[in-house]
Write a protein that binds this ligand. Sequence first.
Ligand SMILES: Nc1ncnc2c1ncn2[C@@H]1O[C@H](COP(=O)(O)OP(=O)(O)OP(=O)(O)O)[C@@H](O)[C@H]1O
Ligand SMILES: Cc1cn([C@H]2C[C@H](O)[C@@H](COP(=O)(O)OP(=O)(O)O)O2)c(=O)[nH]c1=O
Ligand SMILES: [Mg+2]
Length: 161
Amino acid sequence: MKCLFIVIAGVSERTLIAVKPDGVQRRLVGQIVQRFEQRGFKLVGMKLLQAREDILSQHYHDLHKKPFYPNLLRYMSSGPVVAMVWEGHNVVRTSRLMVGNTNPAEAYPGTIRGDYSVHISRNVIHASDSVEGAQREIHLWFDRRELVDWDCCDHSSSYQV
Ligand SMILES: Nc1ncnc2c1ncn2[C@@H]1O[C@H](COP(=O)(O)OP(=O)(O)OP(=O)(O)O)[C@@H](O)[C@H]1O
Ligand SMILES: Cc1cn([C@H]2C[C@H](O)[C@@H](COP(=O)(O)OP(=O)(O)O)O2)c(=O)[nH]c1=O
Ligand SMILES: [Mg+2]
């Protein structure tokens, strides 16, 4: 059988995913990582950290006038966060679909928020919402040297047609 493998150009889109303190405390890190691996994305950065207030205030700078902002920062600093950078074709848009609606009450079953959370103030996971936002957030959370470029020979970098 003749097989043609096409390497998709521009697979290097990256996004910032963070398991929030409630997700870490509820031991959901493994299941969340598994979903991204299973989907075919490539992990290029990962760390457990207690987020500093300056990172959180920059991360959520667009929400600083919202009434829930003080509670949001308290929540995000209530325990460690697992910050990750995932890479792959359309990873920003696809990971938002995998994560589900901001409000878990509106999130479909099968999404991470739809499966693991019930309230908007404890919604388990963060995912960048645009390619530009992802670049800004990756730069904010990770030092360049913490990101690892690696090659793989599996289906995520080439597709059989
Ligand atoms: N009405 C609200 N009450 C309490 N917390 C909220 C509310 N709206 C948003 N938040 C919190 O602020 C976070 C950021 O809100 P945003 O609008 O950016 O949602 P999101 O992009 O789905 O979430 P994230 O940026 O964390 O991925 C939400 O994930 C949630 O934790
Ligand atoms: C809009 C909204 C967000 N949040 C919290 C939960 C969100 O995950 C976080 C960031 O909001 P946002 O970036 O709008 O949503 P998402 O997390 O889906 O990107 O702020 C609230 O607590 N109450 C709210 O009304
Ligand atoms: Mg957001």
